[in-house]
Design a protein around this ligand. Sequence first.
Ligand SMILES: [Zn+2]
Length: 299
Amino acid sequence: MYHPLFNNPEIKEWICEIGRRVYAKGFAAANDGNISYRVGENEVLCSPTMICKGFMKHEDICMVDLDGKQLAGTKKRTSEILLHLTIMKHRPDIKAVVHCHPPHATAFAVSREAVPQCVLPEIEVFMGEVPLAPYETPGAQGFADTVVPFLKSSNTIILTNHGTVTFGKTLEEAYWKTEILDAYCRILILSKQLGGITYLNEQKSRELLDLKKRLGFDDPRFHLEDCDLCGNTAFQEGYSSVNAPMPQAVAFDPPPKFPAYLKSPSSAASHASESSKNADPEELVRAITNEVLAALRGK
Ligand SMILES: [Zn+2]
């Protein structure tokens, strides 16, 4: 099968390179995971089925059309290609898709725990809220469709009881999102062993979103009046459209309730910098005493 767009050594090398990184990082055991890149209007290069992603060669790469029909390549295309193609059909700006099972992010997928926000500055700026697409048996269109309600405002999605899918304009960008997400989930799990996470306060969380805006990154919180600043509620419409439960904080402390980014900050946040300088010691003692009494009463 000859096809002019199939002869693309540069993209084939990138698919092999991302495969090596995915395998080296332990994001895909044995033959797990798949990688794709759109080379034409209707043509996509992808990894084959039943191959270890760490050892792929150019001649292993396949080409399919946007409906999954194989156009070129001697090996059979990945069985998960419909997930990749569904993302590309709904998001014409996306060229590259990486799907794998990074253990720390997949731990959140299995426990169905909401990934906390307002914890690490880089995560707020480069990632934001990560939706959990509902579970479906892999392989068919029904599985691919689970991500559709979350595609509008995210390039990083956790697949419930399965793994992750990340996407972008280049293969490296798509892969980086997997790496960032798994590193973050690992830090969260480690911090749990040390006693738990500490959320940033409202003012500092707002500052990070201001920075994100200035850097030109988008975030669903820039467009929604009725979502919490740190509350993992930006995708509530997506969850309700497929009748899936919103992921909740169970293992971690629930996020603090702050007004939406588009709403005016609570008075505590707007005076935060002032009051931290001129804190009234008597009021502080009263607040601490009340907390200690409340904790004692709870025992
Ligand atoms: Zn998978």
